[in-house]
Design a protein around this ligand. Structure first.
Ligand code: FAD
Length: 528
């Protein structure tokens, strides 16, 4: 029996360490000298393509979920395999000797499998929480994106749920065999176990994409409450059964520590940024520009932050949403913002009358003595953002800035191709001056043309550009032009709707397989 217990801990640790260390190991391996040549070769074959058609950011039909890329699938598949192998490996029953609790051979193996899957579920808990966090240390140690970790969070959570359900089934069957089930089920520890398992199952259903789409806020609050119930259920299940043994409960301490670390850092970031008063300027009827003064930000490309407007909806002051961050000083240098010289120009209506150019400015005080301050461009959606309207001093809190994908790889290419769809331009603005050879391709719907007007001076600073209003970009033609121009290595950054991101991924992978030009791909999605 000791052998089975020893394996239980050893295998659980293996699962945790492999799950945590694999992204770091991959990062180190890909940084080895000569590795970049191999990485460039395998990316279009084994990493970038989606596992199902070209679906990735775009959800699968009937909102079945988001298909992983091949790169993500290697991790998921490998980790799943490890879990299956370690769940099946090396059980040593005491049979044919009699078991002290009355198990026969089958019952004994069921019980050991039940304990093992239960322990594995506990070991996965810190990892599940870590991958969902904004302050996930793996984001700092690797170049994997937050959206990748969120996708992996869902898969690891599913594994956690499978282990939990198997744990319940195996131990139920084992106790049926010994004839003690009717007694066990009345014990408080068993009932807390049922609470945990039931909420794990409810969470599985409640986290499906259709629920997140139905109402992200309801999903988020429900998700957090149920996660707390699962952890509380697990705690009492454990403590009422074994007491504090100095073993199993450490998984729960670790899970709590990971969660608390993330929350603490969120608060510290908000405290550091302080309570700010933002200027909100309407850009047509569908967008706003939000200038938050005083927040110190490097102005480097590729950052987002979680923004709170607590007075906008006083019933839900905790509500916050991610937005791409740009330096206000950078935008001012293009003449964008209140009192900037470009405003009168942008306000004048176009002669053909097709584009609505109404830009209603609020009056903000800009301190020329500082470059601190960030600007957001927000497309009004159906939730909190629909309440944003012209405001001279809207109370604003910021949790951030957080980096998107690290941009160093795309910036080290011979050419930088920026592809934006609609409000995705906000994720690209910071790149305009970050490289000597930039091309910008941006398409927006006709009804959002006012944003093009507002950003006109920034956009026209990129001499090589293709701006489409009311038309789609031809992604294949765009990337093929880079190949035909003879560039050796092209960095592609895409930011916009899911379909655009998925098209760029598919075309870059396809050209990367068949052409000499090497592509470096960075997909910044506006959702996860
Ligand atoms: C990294 C990142 C950067 C972004 N940058 C911008 C930007 O610069 N400008 C812009 O207009 N939009 C940006 N978005 C999208 C923006 O966050 C959503 O449009 C916004 O949250 C919608 O708010 P709402 O209350 O009006 O949402 P709703 O209309 O209620 O929801 C619309 C959809 O937005 C998504 N969503 C809502 N809340 C969140 C949340 N807290 N976290 C993640 N997704 C959420 C959900 O998928 C939901 O289905 C960005 C998103 C991400 C992930």
């Amino acid at each position: 029996m000791e052998h089975n217990s020893a394996l239980l801990y050893r295998y659980s640790l293996v699962i945790l360490v492999v799950g945590f260390a694999t992204p770091i190991a991959i990062r180190w391996i890909t940084k080895l000298p000569c590795a970049s040549f191999i990485v460039d070769k395998i990316n279009p074959y084994l990493i970038w393509p989606s596992t199902i058609g070209t679906y990735h950011v775009r959800p699968l039909p009937w909102l079945l979920g988001n298909a992983p890329t091949l790169g993500q699938a290697w991790y998921i598949g490998g980790f799943l395999l490890l879990n299956i192998i370690l769940s099946c490996l090396s059980y040593w029953p005491v049979y044919p000797l009699p078991h002290p609790w009355g198990y026969n051979k089958r019952g004994e193996i069921l019980a050991y499998a039940g304990y093992r899957t239960g322990e594995f579920a506990f070991a996965l808990l810190p990892l599940t929480i870590l991958f969902a966090g904004r302050n996930n240390i793996l984001l700092w140690l690797t170049n994997w994106s937050h959206s990748t970790y969120i996708l992996l969070h869902r898969w690891i959570a599913r594994l956690f749920a499978i282990h939990t359900i198997l744990h319940s089934i195996f131990l139920w069957a084992a106790r049926v065999q010994t004839g003690t089930y009717n007694k066990d089920v009345k014990l408080p520890y068993w009932q807390w176990g049922i609470v945990g398992t039931v909420f794990v199952c409810v969470m599985l259903v409640f986290s499906l994409l259709w629920m997140r789409r139905f109402s992200y806020e309801v999903f988020l609050i429900g998700h957090i409450i149920m996660a707390i119930l699962v952890i509380v259920g697990s705690w009492y299940h454990l403590i009422l059964r074994f007491g504090k043994t100095g073993t199993h409960e450490y998984w729960l301490y670790a899970a709590f520590a990971v969660w608390a670390f993330d929350r603490l850092l969120r608060i510290l970031r908000m405290v550091k940024n302080g309570v700010r008063k933002a200027t909100v300027t309407e850009i047509g009827s569908t967008h706003v520009r939000v200038e938050v003064p005083g927040v110190r930000f490097s102005g480097k490309p590729g950052f987002h932050g979680y923004v709170y407007f607590p007075t906008l909806n006083p019933l839900k002051p905790w509500e916050n949403h991610p937005f791409s961050i740009n330096s206000t000083a950078l935008l001012r240098s293009y003449g964008i913002g209140p009192h900037s010289p470009g405003n009168s120009l942008r306000r004048s209506p176009k002669e053909d009358g097709k584009i609505e150019t109404k830009v209603t400015e609020s009056h903000a005080h800009h301190d020329p003595g500082t470059t601190a301050g960030i600007t957001l461009y927000v497309r009004k959606s159906t939730g909190m953002t629909r309440l944003l309207q012209k405001h001279a001093s809207l109370i604003t809190l910021l949790d951030g800035p957080y980096p998107n994908n690290p941009p160093s790889a795309v910036l080290s290419c011979d050419r930088l191709l920026l592809i934006g769809g609609g409000i995705g331009i906000t994720g690209l603005l910071g790149f305009f001056r970050a490289h000597v050879d930039v091309k910008l391709a941006w398409s927006v719907k006709q009804i959002h043309a006012a944003v093009v007007q507002d950003l006109e001076s920034a956009v026209s600073s990129v001499s090589d550009r293709e701006i489409r209003i009311g038309e789609r970009l031809d992604i294949r033609a765009l990337l093929q032009q880079e190949v035909q121009a003879g560039y050796k290595k092209v960095g592609v950054v895409v930011c916009g709707p899911g379909a655009l991101c998925d098209d760029v991924r598919a075309v870059a992978a396809s050209l990367g397989r068949h052409e000499k030009t090497v592509f470096e791909l960075e997909v910044d999605t506006f959702g996860w």
